[in-house]
Write a protein that binds this ligand. Structure first.
Ligand code: FPP
Length: 261
């Protein structure tokens, strides 16, 4: 974990009444935080705007979440940007999102360089339109050597598809004699997921009040704490982020065992 405390304090100046940086224990910041960014459409509709405006506003909230994560010293931030089911949305919305992913990523590359962020994609990015894929590959290339926070963007991601893909890879390894079927264990599955090598999320935040996982990180969230807020994603700020961390730190995590306290 890397953290610049002076920068963090400056970033969190001017606190609202109910929360401030001193409400969280900086020694117990979750290592991996996942976010289901939900409510862009409703945010736009509530303002009489097109849904696409909600996604554009969502990009600003995402930039803030990335910066907040870096400032707090989170090791991995993973966010759900586009699911395998999202292709069912109206074509113009899908096109807008693909375009937004590409243009945003190009624009944010200097931020990733400045903040030493390494980009990672969860999901089948080969199936994306070429322009989007090309930008994603450029992002991977340019951030490969960064040693700070990992920013994992789930695009064309579905957890069941991810697990089925891992099962196929394992089946191939067994068929080729590289793996003994009797030796297949949790670690050998985990090593074939998009998240291979990352710690499991400790905290999963979902905005807009929906209590659903929507096929996100089903394997990885076995012991993850959930935090659901009614705030719509474009309104989600560094303060909401801090509220989520404070809530997380108030939980007793037992991992199926008992807590001796
Ligand atoms: C959910 O809101 C949001 C999405 C499906 C898209 C998320 C994308 C962004 C925040 C832009 C991110 C940009 C990059 C570069 C990753 P919704 O449309 O489901 O809202 P609703 O539930 O109110 O309809």
């Amino acid at each position: 974990m890397q953290r610049d405390e002076a920068k963090l304090r400056e970033y969190y100046a001017g606190a609202p009444d109910d929360i401030s940086l001193s409400d969280v224990d900086l020694e117990r910041i979750p290592s991996h935080i996942s976010i289901i960014m939900d409510g862009n459409g409703r945010w736009a509709q509530a303002r009489g705007l097109d849904r696409s405006e909600g996604h554009v506003a969502g990009v600003d909230a995402l930039r803030e979440a990335v910066t907040t994560s870096v400032r707090l010293g989170v090791d991995v931030l993973s966010v759900y940007a586009f699911s395998t089911e999202n292709w069912r949305r109206p074509q113009h919305e899908v096109n807008l999102l693909m375009h937004l992913f590409a243009t945003t990523l190009v624009k944010e590359l200097p931020l990733f360089a400045q903040e030493n962020v390494r980009l990672l994609f969860l999901g089948d990015i080969d199936a994306l339109p070429k322009v989007t894929r090309d930008v994603f590959e450029k992002g991977l290339e340019e951030t490969r050597g960064n040693t700070g926070m990992v920013f994992a963007l789930a695009v064309n991601y579905g957890s069941r598809a991810e697990i089925a893909r891992a099962a196929r890879a394992l089946a191939r390894d067994v068929a080729a004699g590289r793996v003994d079927a009797d030796e297949v264990d949790e670690a050998s599955v985990a090593a074939r997921l998009y998240t291979a090598g990352l710690p499991d999320p400790e905290l999963l935040i979902r905005t807009s009040g929906e209590n659903r996982l929507s096929n996100f990180l089903l394997w990885q969230i076995a012991y993850t704490e959930f935090y659901v807020t009614d705030t719509l994603w474009p309104d989600f700020t560094r303060w909401d982020y801090l509220r989520a961390v404070r809530d997380f730190q108030g939980r007793k995590r037992r991992f199926g065992g008992v807590v001796n306290k």
